[in-house]
Design a protein. Structure first.
Lengths: 199, 314
């Protein structure tokens, strides 16, 4: 009995430190990735196309665009789509997200990036990055979940506004009145991004 | 019987590895360990008991073999509670429905209920009008201005105007009983107007770490529970709602510096100049968010309401 007691205590310890490690792991992951991106942005010796490709390559493993695509249609719409529509939607969405990210990064100048301690919310881990500029402060919250391939961001909040939520309301608005083809057409039309990344 | 011989060593191995890991990992607080530790033994007793009963009646081997197996698996659950939750999620198309479970409740429900937006027709038209105003008037002017005037003076001018808006922030902080913030605002105003030379510099923040606390009358109303009302897009000024539109009056008529400029040409001139100056510092932002939007009006509407909601909560 006593040994079991001790074992359970150790078990608990193990469980808790694993949690604490997750927090620092995710925090370090974000720091590392942002560091890479910032260095790339500051690097004046490489051309824009290569730069963009390198940024996308370094972010891809941690930003789960596929998950974002799914969540932005939600349980209400995503499961109803046919396989080909799912694919088309995902592709359009992912392109849009990637290029939108690249474009936002292009607005980055010399802001200092300050990180808050990672926090745990249920099974998710949140990391807050503050972009402190000349006389402005932009908060970016990266929300992570544990996927099969490690921790990945499923949503980003900028100034407390969730990207997934914004897309959800817009997609819901379109789909309530029309169907998926209307939405896809709209996405093709509005997705006229100039930045290209060599595919 | 044979199976139990396999299970017992596995069980032992598991305990040893867990103990080993437990030792190599760092500490925990004792308060947290006790309540769970009390709970656990009940579950752990199960495999023990079943092992005992096994010795007594060996006839029903199969049934009992399952029991210790169960005991084991519950143990595993305890150790890897966290990993489990994550692995529930399928990566690709499989298990679509379950996949949303732990995410969906984070977001607003997509219901059939219409968002209360009685003015949406007018609002959409006004959004287009403002968009044209931006691209045809404001942006060209601001771009030219940006080309002529270097960034440093433009930042200084923005700080100068921000400083002049001190009464709006002070009064509304006081109205919301945020006296500490109101005091900080006052210190900022005094410091920046003097040492900061009429507010062109911001030593209050740079040297003394005094932060600005922007508040307006719309937020004051929100603070006292006044609802936003329908969304209204104002000409030139952009997205607003009924509450914030009505709240413009006290701020603009009494608290904003323009209210004290008698000459109307000068008043609107300075107002326009301030707009051009601040726009020149953010060219590209509007274009960028516009591109992100699938439905620009909904995007702007929800964005505005959400930002205001957050500002009021702060």
């Amino acid at each position: 009995m006593r040994t079991l007691f001790v074992v359970m205590a150790f078990l608990l310890m193990f469980g808790q430190t694993a949690v604490a490690n997750d927090l620092t792991d995710v925090e370090n992951l974000v720091k590392e990735k942002i560091g890479i991106v910032v260095n790339l942005l500051r690097d004046k010796n490489i051309d824009q196309v290569t730069k963009n490709r390198k940024i996308v390559d370094s972010l891809k493993p941690v930003l789960d665009f596929q998950k974002m695509a799914k969540l932005s249609l939600g349980r209400r719409y995503w499961p109803k789509l046919s396989k080909s529509k799912k694919k088309e939607f995902s592709n359009l969405f992912i392109d849009r997200m990637q290029e939108s990210f690249l474009e936002k990064l292009g607005l980055y100048t010399d802001e200092e990036i300050v990180f808050d301690k990672a926090t745990r919310k249920k099974k998710k881990i949140y990391v807050m990055a503050n972009l402190v500029g000349k006389d402005s402060k932009i908060q970016m919250l990266f929300k992570f979940y544990k996927s099969k391939k490690g921790w990945k961001a499923y949503d980003v909040e900028i100034m407390k506004i969730s990207i997934v939520q914004t897309y959800r309301s817009q997609f819901h608005g379109v789909l309530k009145k029309g169907n998926i083809d209307d939405l896809l057409a709209k996405m093709r039309k509005t997705g006229q991004f100039k930045l290209k990344t060599e595919k | 019987m044979k199976r139990t011989f396999v299970i017992i060593p596995i069980f032992l191995l598991l305990i040893i590895s867990v103990v080993f890991f437990g030792c190599s990992q760092s500490t925990t607080t004792p308060e947290q360990t006790t309540p769970e530790a009390v709970n656990q033994p009940e579950e752990i007793n199960q495999p023990d008991k079943s092992a005992d009963t096994k010795n007594q009646n060996q006839s029903s081997d199969k049934q009992e073999d399952q029991k210790p197996a169960k005991g084991l698996s519950t143990e595993n659950n305890n150790a890897t509670e966290d990993e489990e939750g994550a692995s529930e999620e399928g990566d690709e198309d499989a298990e679509e429905e379950d996949d949303f479970g732990e995410f969906e409740d984070e977001y607003e429900e997509m219901s059939d209920k219409e968002v209360f937006d009685p003015l949406s027709g007018y609002n959409r038209a006004m959004t287009t009008f403002n968009d044209k105003m931006y691209f045809w008037v404001l942006k060209p002017v601001a771009s030219g201005y940006k080309w002529v005037v270097p960034q440093a003076p433009r930042l200084g001018i923005r700080r100068f105007f921000t400083n002049l808006f001190y009464p709006v922030r002070f009064v509304n902080n006081v109205l919301q009983l945020k006296f500490k913030n109101a005091g900080e605002e006052t210190l900022r105003f005094m410091t920046n107007s003097t040492i900061g030379i009429l507010g062109f510099w911001d030593p209050a923040k740079a040297w003394f770490g005094l932060e600005a606390h922007p508040e307006d009358f719309g937020q004051t109303l929100g603070y006292y529970g006044v609802g936003a009302g329908p969304h209204i897009v104002l000409p030139v000024l952009g997205p607003s709602n009924l509450r914030d539109t009505l709240a413009l009056a006290p701020d603009t008529l009494y608290l904003e510096p323009y209210a004290y400029v008698d000459d109307y040409k000068l008043r609107y001139g300075t107002w326009a100049f301030e707009k051009v100056n601040s726009t020149s510092l953010r060219i590209g932002e509007y274009e960028s968010i516009k591109k992100d939007a699938v439905d620009f009006y909904i995007f702007m509407r929800d964005g505005y309401e959400k930002i205001r909601e957050n500002d009021i909560k702060e």
